[in-house]
Design a protein around this ligand. Sequence first.
Ligand SMILES: Nc1ncnc2c1ncn2[C@@H]1O[C@H](COP(=O)(O)OP(=O)(O)OP(=O)(O)O)[C@@H](O)[C@H]1O
Ligand SMILES: O=P(O)(O)O[C@H]1[C@H](O)[C@H](O)[C@H](OP(=O)(O)O)[C@@H](OP(=O)(O)O)[C@@H]1O
Ligand SMILES: [Mg+2]
Ligand SMILES: [Mg+2]
Length: 284
Amino acid sequence: RLVVGYALTKKKVKSFLQPKLLLLARKKGISFIPIDETRPLSEQGPFDIILHKKTSKEWQRFLEDYHEVHPEVTVLDPPNAIEHLNNRQSMLEEVADLNLSSFYEEVCTPRQLVIMKDPSSIPTAVAMAGLTLPLVAKPLVVDGTSKSHELSLAYDEASLPMLDPPLVLQEFVNHGGILFKVYIIGEAIQVVRRFSLPDVNTYDLLNNVGIYRLPRVSCAAASADHADLDPRIAELPPRPLLEKLGRELRGRLGLRLFNIDMIRELGANDRYYIIDINYFPGVD
Ligand SMILES: Nc1ncnc2c1ncn2[C@@H]1O[C@H](COP(=O)(O)OP(=O)(O)OP(=O)(O)O)[C@@H](O)[C@H]1O
Ligand SMILES: O=P(O)(O)O[C@H]1[C@H](O)[C@H](O)[C@H](OP(=O)(O)O)[C@@H](OP(=O)(O)O)[C@@H]1O
Ligand SMILES: [Mg+2]
Ligand SMILES: [Mg+2]
Protein backbone atom coordinates (compact mmCIF):
# COMPACT_ATOMS: atom_id res chain seq x y z
CA ARG A 1 0.00 0.00 0.00
CA LEU A 2 1.16 3.55 -0.70
CA VAL A 3 -0.18 6.52 1.23
CA VAL A 4 -0.09 9.88 -0.58
CA GLY A 5 -0.73 12.95 1.58
CA TYR A 6 -1.89 15.88 -0.56
CA ALA A 7 -1.94 19.65 -0.06
CA LEU A 8 -3.76 21.23 -3.01
CA THR A 9 -6.16 24.11 -3.55
CA LYS A 10 -9.88 23.26 -3.70
CA LYS A 11 -9.76 24.04 -7.43
CA LYS A 12 -6.89 21.63 -7.94
CA VAL A 13 -8.54 18.86 -5.88
CA LYS A 14 -11.63 19.26 -8.07
CA SER A 15 -9.68 19.21 -11.36
CA PHE A 16 -7.09 16.59 -10.40
CA LEU A 17 -8.40 14.18 -7.73
CA GLN A 18 -11.32 13.02 -9.83
CA PRO A 19 -13.28 9.90 -8.84
CA LYS A 20 -11.81 7.90 -11.74
CA LEU A 21 -8.28 8.68 -10.53
CA LEU A 22 -9.11 7.75 -6.91
CA LEU A 23 -10.67 4.50 -8.13
CA LEU A 24 -7.68 3.58 -10.29
CA ALA A 25 -5.33 4.49 -7.43
CA ARG A 26 -7.24 2.31 -4.95
CA LYS A 27 -7.00 -0.63 -7.36
CA LYS A 28 -3.23 -0.14 -7.30
CA GLY A 29 -3.13 0.09 -3.51
CA ILE A 30 -2.58 3.86 -3.48
CA SER A 31 -4.65 6.06 -1.15
CA PHE A 32 -4.85 9.86 -1.16
CA ILE A 33 -5.17 11.53 2.26
CA PRO A 34 -5.84 15.28 2.62
CA ILE A 35 -3.23 17.10 4.72
CA ASP A 36 -4.55 19.41 7.44
CA GLU A 37 -2.26 22.44 7.12
CA THR A 38 -3.32 23.74 10.51
CA ARG A 39 -1.83 20.73 12.31
CA PRO A 40 1.80 19.53 12.42
CA LEU A 41 2.55 17.14 9.56
CA SER A 42 4.28 14.70 11.94
CA GLU A 43 0.94 14.21 13.75
CA GLN A 44 -0.62 13.16 10.43
CA GLY A 45 0.17 10.28 8.11
CA PRO A 46 2.43 8.40 8.09
CA PHE A 47 2.88 9.24 4.41
CA ASP A 48 5.00 7.57 1.73
CA ILE A 49 4.59 10.55 -0.63
CA ILE A 50 3.52 14.16 -0.20
CA LEU A 51 1.97 15.63 -3.34
CA HIS A 52 1.48 19.40 -3.23
CA LYS A 53 0.98 22.57 -5.23
CA LYS A 54 0.98 25.38 -2.69
CA THR A 55 2.88 28.62 -3.10
CA SER A 56 2.95 30.12 0.42
CA LYS A 57 6.31 30.55 2.18
CA GLU A 58 4.96 29.10 5.42
CA TRP A 59 3.85 25.93 3.62
CA GLN A 60 7.32 25.68 2.04
CA ARG A 61 9.02 25.95 5.49
CA PHE A 62 6.48 23.59 7.04
CA LEU A 63 7.25 20.97 4.38
CA GLU A 64 11.02 21.42 4.52
CA ASP A 65 11.05 21.09 8.35
CA TYR A 66 8.97 17.92 8.07
CA HIS A 67 11.26 16.48 5.37
CA GLU A 68 14.30 17.06 7.62
CA VAL A 69 12.75 14.70 10.15
CA HIS A 70 11.27 12.32 7.55
CA PRO A 71 13.80 12.08 4.68
CA GLU A 72 12.22 8.74 3.72
CA VAL A 73 9.06 10.54 2.53
CA THR A 74 9.10 11.52 -1.16
CA VAL A 75 8.08 15.16 -1.62
CA LEU A 76 6.52 15.73 -5.07
CA ASP A 77 8.14 18.08 -5.80
CA PRO A 78 10.73 19.70 -3.50
CA PRO A 79 9.69 23.36 -2.88
CA ASN A 80 13.15 24.75 -3.70
CA ALA A 81 12.95 23.11 -7.14
CA ILE A 82 9.44 24.47 -7.76
CA GLU A 83 10.65 27.94 -6.76
CA HIS A 84 12.86 27.90 -9.87
CA LEU A 85 9.70 28.13 -11.99
CA ASN A 86 8.19 31.06 -10.08
CA ASN A 87 10.27 33.54 -12.04
CA ARG A 88 10.20 33.64 -15.84
CA GLN A 89 13.92 34.33 -16.01
CA SER A 90 15.16 31.48 -13.77
CA MET A 91 12.44 29.26 -15.33
CA LEU A 92 14.14 29.23 -18.73
CA GLU A 93 17.79 29.53 -17.69
CA GLU A 94 18.20 25.74 -17.64
CA VAL A 95 16.83 25.52 -21.19
CA ALA A 96 18.91 28.40 -22.54
CA ASP A 97 22.13 26.42 -22.08
CA LEU A 98 20.80 23.03 -23.20
CA ASN A 99 23.31 22.14 -25.87
CA LEU A 100 21.79 18.92 -27.15
CA SER A 101 24.16 16.99 -29.44
CA SER A 102 23.73 17.51 -33.18
CA PHE A 103 21.85 14.18 -33.24
CA TYR A 104 18.81 16.15 -32.04
CA GLU A 105 16.84 19.08 -33.43
CA GLU A 106 17.75 22.45 -31.96
CA VAL A 107 15.95 23.50 -28.77
CA CYS A 108 16.37 27.03 -27.47
CA THR A 109 14.42 29.84 -25.83
CA PRO A 110 13.30 33.10 -27.45
CA ARG A 111 15.62 36.02 -26.75
CA GLN A 112 14.28 37.80 -23.71
CA LEU A 113 14.94 40.79 -21.48
CA VAL A 114 13.93 41.33 -17.86
CA ILE A 115 12.62 44.81 -16.97
CA MET A 116 12.43 45.32 -13.19
CA LYS A 117 11.12 48.91 -13.08
CA ASP A 118 11.00 52.27 -14.86
CA PRO A 119 8.84 51.64 -17.96
CA SER A 120 10.34 54.73 -19.66
CA SER A 121 13.65 52.85 -19.89
CA ILE A 122 12.14 49.99 -21.93
CA PRO A 123 12.66 51.36 -25.50
CA THR A 124 16.38 51.97 -24.86
CA ALA A 125 16.81 48.61 -23.11
CA VAL A 126 15.11 46.81 -26.02
CA ALA A 127 17.26 48.68 -28.58
CA MET A 128 20.46 47.91 -26.58
CA ALA A 129 19.53 44.21 -26.37
CA GLY A 130 18.70 44.21 -30.12
CA LEU A 131 15.35 42.52 -29.56
CA THR A 132 13.03 42.63 -32.57
CA LEU A 133 9.35 43.51 -32.28
CA PRO A 134 6.73 42.29 -31.69
CA LEU A 135 7.49 41.33 -28.11
CA VAL A 136 5.42 39.26 -25.71
CA ALA A 137 5.36 40.88 -22.27
CA LYS A 138 4.88 38.46 -19.37
CA PRO A 139 4.76 39.19 -15.63
CA LEU A 140 8.17 38.21 -14.22
CA VAL A 141 6.66 36.42 -11.22
CA VAL A 142 4.57 33.25 -11.72
CA ASP A 143 2.59 32.58 -8.56
CA GLY A 144 -0.56 30.91 -9.80
CA THR A 145 -2.63 34.11 -9.54
CA SER A 146 -4.41 35.19 -12.72
CA LYS A 147 -2.18 38.30 -12.74
CA SER A 148 0.85 36.09 -13.45
CA HIS A 149 -0.87 34.96 -16.65
CA GLU A 150 -1.66 38.47 -17.93
CA LEU A 151 0.30 38.58 -21.16
CA SER A 152 0.40 41.31 -23.76
CA LEU A 153 1.87 41.81 -27.20
CA ALA A 154 3.79 45.02 -28.00
CA TYR A 155 3.90 45.84 -31.73
CA ASP A 156 5.76 49.12 -31.70
CA GLU A 157 8.51 50.83 -29.75
CA ALA A 158 6.44 53.87 -28.81
CA SER A 159 4.01 51.74 -26.81
CA LEU A 160 6.68 49.93 -24.75
CA PRO A 161 6.60 52.53 -21.91
CA MET A 162 2.94 51.60 -21.37
CA LEU A 163 3.98 48.20 -20.06
CA ASP A 164 3.92 47.41 -16.34
CA PRO A 165 7.23 46.07 -14.86
CA PRO A 166 8.47 43.79 -13.34
CA LEU A 167 8.14 41.81 -16.55
CA VAL A 168 10.02 39.74 -19.08
CA LEU A 169 9.95 40.77 -22.74
CA GLN A 170 10.28 37.82 -25.08
CA GLU A 171 10.66 37.96 -28.87
CA PHE A 172 7.52 36.63 -30.55
CA VAL A 173 8.35 33.56 -32.66
CA ASN A 174 6.00 32.71 -35.54
CA HIS A 175 5.02 29.07 -35.20
CA GLY A 176 1.92 28.51 -37.30
CA GLY A 177 -0.55 28.98 -34.46
CA ILE A 178 -0.04 25.52 -32.95
CA LEU A 179 1.69 24.90 -29.65
CA PHE A 180 2.93 21.60 -28.23
CA LYS A 181 2.37 20.96 -24.55
CA VAL A 182 4.76 18.29 -23.30
CA TYR A 183 3.70 16.79 -19.95
CA ILE A 184 6.50 15.12 -17.97
CA ILE A 185 5.44 12.78 -15.17
CA GLY A 186 8.57 11.06 -13.95
CA GLU A 187 9.79 9.03 -16.94
CA ALA A 188 6.42 9.19 -18.72
CA ILE A 189 5.84 11.82 -21.40
CA GLN A 190 2.56 12.95 -22.97
CA VAL A 191 2.41 15.57 -25.73
CA VAL A 192 -0.72 17.37 -27.00
CA ARG A 193 -1.37 20.12 -29.53
CA ARG A 194 -3.14 23.33 -28.54
CA PHE A 195 -4.24 26.30 -30.63
CA SER A 196 -1.84 29.15 -29.94
CA LEU A 197 -1.47 32.80 -30.94
CA PRO A 198 -1.58 33.44 -34.70
CA ASP A 199 1.57 34.42 -36.61
CA VAL A 200 2.50 38.07 -36.95
CA ASN A 201 3.45 39.40 -40.39
CA THR A 202 4.88 42.64 -41.68
CA TYR A 203 1.35 43.92 -42.42
CA ASP A 204 0.53 43.60 -38.71
CA LEU A 205 3.76 45.34 -37.78
CA LEU A 206 3.13 48.28 -40.12
CA ASN A 207 -0.52 48.64 -39.28
CA ASN A 208 -0.71 47.86 -35.60
CA VAL A 209 0.34 50.09 -32.76
CA GLY A 210 -0.14 49.74 -29.03
CA ILE A 211 -0.22 46.98 -26.50
CA TYR A 212 -2.63 44.08 -26.99
CA ARG A 213 -3.77 42.17 -23.92
CA LEU A 214 -3.66 38.50 -24.85
CA PRO A 215 -6.52 36.20 -23.90
CA ARG A 216 -5.43 33.30 -21.66
CA VAL A 217 -4.56 30.90 -24.51
CA SER A 218 -2.80 28.02 -22.96
CA CYS A 219 -4.88 26.12 -20.47
CA ALA A 220 -8.10 27.39 -21.97
CA ALA A 221 -6.91 26.74 -25.54
CA ALA A 222 -9.00 24.21 -27.38
CA SER A 223 -7.10 21.08 -28.23
CA ALA A 224 -5.82 21.12 -31.79
CA ASP A 225 -5.34 17.40 -31.86
CA HIS A 226 -8.11 16.75 -34.35
CA ALA A 227 -7.93 19.78 -36.59
CA ASP A 228 -6.87 19.05 -40.19
CA LEU A 229 -3.73 21.14 -40.15
CA ASP A 230 -0.69 21.46 -42.36
CA PRO A 231 1.53 18.59 -41.12
CA ARG A 232 4.61 20.84 -41.24
CA ILE A 233 2.87 22.91 -38.57
CA ALA A 234 1.01 20.23 -36.64
CA GLU A 235 3.47 17.33 -36.76
CA LEU A 236 4.50 16.49 -33.20
CA PRO A 237 8.15 16.94 -32.16
CA PRO A 238 10.10 13.68 -32.61
CA ARG A 239 9.74 11.27 -29.69
CA PRO A 240 13.54 10.83 -29.19
CA LEU A 241 13.82 14.63 -28.78
CA LEU A 242 11.01 14.69 -26.21
CA GLU A 243 12.62 11.85 -24.27
CA LYS A 244 15.99 13.56 -24.30
CA LEU A 245 14.34 16.83 -23.16
CA GLY A 246 12.47 14.99 -20.41
CA ARG A 247 15.67 13.43 -19.06
CA GLU A 248 17.66 16.67 -19.31
CA LEU A 249 15.03 18.89 -17.71
CA ARG A 250 14.10 16.44 -14.93
CA GLY A 251 17.74 16.40 -13.97
CA ARG A 252 18.40 20.13 -14.32
CA LEU A 253 15.16 21.32 -12.72
CA GLY A 254 15.01 18.58 -10.07
CA LEU A 255 11.31 18.15 -10.85
CA ARG A 256 9.24 15.08 -11.72
CA LEU A 257 5.89 16.70 -12.38
CA PHE A 258 5.78 19.55 -14.92
CA ASN A 259 4.97 20.53 -18.48
CA ILE A 260 6.80 22.55 -21.10
CA ASP A 261 5.19 24.72 -23.77
CA MET A 262 7.13 24.19 -26.99
CA ILE A 263 6.74 25.85 -30.39
CA ARG A 264 8.41 25.04 -33.74
CA GLU A 265 9.63 28.06 -35.66
CA LEU A 266 7.65 28.54 -38.89
CA GLY A 267 9.83 27.68 -41.88
CA ALA A 268 12.66 26.22 -39.76
CA ASN A 269 11.22 22.81 -39.15
CA ASP A 270 13.89 21.57 -36.80
CA ARG A 271 14.19 24.54 -34.48
CA TYR A 272 12.07 24.46 -31.34
CA TYR A 273 11.60 27.10 -28.67
CA ILE A 274 10.58 26.40 -25.09
CA ILE A 275 8.54 29.38 -23.97
CA ASP A 276 7.05 28.29 -20.65
CA ILE A 277 7.45 25.64 -17.97
CA ASN A 278 4.69 24.86 -15.50
CA TYR A 279 4.84 22.87 -12.29
CA PHE A 280 2.08 20.26 -11.83
CA PRO A 281 -0.30 21.63 -14.48
CA GLY A 282 -3.77 20.36 -15.12
CA VAL A 283 -4.57 18.11 -18.05
CA ASP A 284 -7.85 19.66 -19.06
N1 LIG B 1 7.71 34.01 -27.37
C1 LIG B 1 6.51 33.61 -27.85
N2 LIG B 1 6.33 33.49 -29.20
C2 LIG B 1 5.12 33.09 -29.69
N3 LIG B 1 4.03 32.79 -28.93
C3 LIG B 1 4.19 32.91 -27.59
C4 LIG B 1 5.41 33.31 -26.98
N4 LIG B 1 5.25 33.32 -25.62
C5 LIG B 1 3.97 32.95 -25.41
N5 LIG B 1 3.33 32.70 -26.57
C6 LIG B 1 1.91 32.27 -26.71
O1 LIG B 1 1.22 32.73 -25.53
C7 LIG B 1 0.75 31.61 -24.76
C8 LIG B 1 0.92 31.89 -23.28
O2 LIG B 1 2.30 32.10 -23.01
P1 LIG B 1 2.89 31.36 -21.72
O3 LIG B 1 2.59 29.89 -21.85
O4 LIG B 1 4.30 31.79 -21.53
O5 LIG B 1 1.98 32.02 -20.58
P2 LIG B 1 1.51 31.36 -19.20
O6 LIG B 1 0.72 32.36 -18.49
O7 LIG B 1 2.69 30.78 -18.50
O8 LIG B 1 0.57 30.19 -19.71
P3 LIG B 1 0.17 28.81 -18.92
O9 LIG B 1 -1.29 28.90 -18.71
O10 LIG B 1 0.60 27.76 -19.91
O11 LIG B 1 1.01 28.79 -17.66
C9 LIG B 1 1.61 30.43 -25.21
O12 LIG B 1 0.90 29.23 -24.99
C10 LIG B 1 1.76 30.75 -26.73
O13 LIG B 1 0.55 30.43 -27.38
O1 LIG C 1 -2.65 23.96 -20.35
P1 LIG C 1 -1.94 23.63 -19.06
O2 LIG C 1 -2.19 22.24 -18.56
O3 LIG C 1 -0.48 23.99 -19.08
O4 LIG C 1 -2.62 24.63 -18.00
C1 LIG C 1 -2.04 24.77 -16.71
C2 LIG C 1 -1.21 26.02 -16.74
O5 LIG C 1 -0.10 25.79 -17.58
C3 LIG C 1 -0.71 26.37 -15.35
O6 LIG C 1 0.20 25.37 -14.94
C4 LIG C 1 -1.86 26.43 -14.36
O7 LIG C 1 -1.32 26.51 -13.08
P2 LIG C 1 -1.13 27.96 -12.42
O8 LIG C 1 0.11 28.50 -13.07
O9 LIG C 1 -0.99 27.64 -10.96
O10 LIG C 1 -2.36 28.74 -12.78
C5 LIG C 1 -2.67 25.16 -14.37
O11 LIG C 1 -3.78 25.42 -13.51
P3 LIG C 1 -4.15 24.34 -12.39
O12 LIG C 1 -5.19 25.00 -11.58
O13 LIG C 1 -4.62 23.11 -13.15
O14 LIG C 1 -2.86 24.04 -11.63
C6 LIG C 1 -3.20 24.87 -15.75
O15 LIG C 1 -3.87 23.62 -15.72
MG1 LIG D 1 2.06 28.23 -21.09
MG1 LIG E 1 2.96 29.02 -17.56
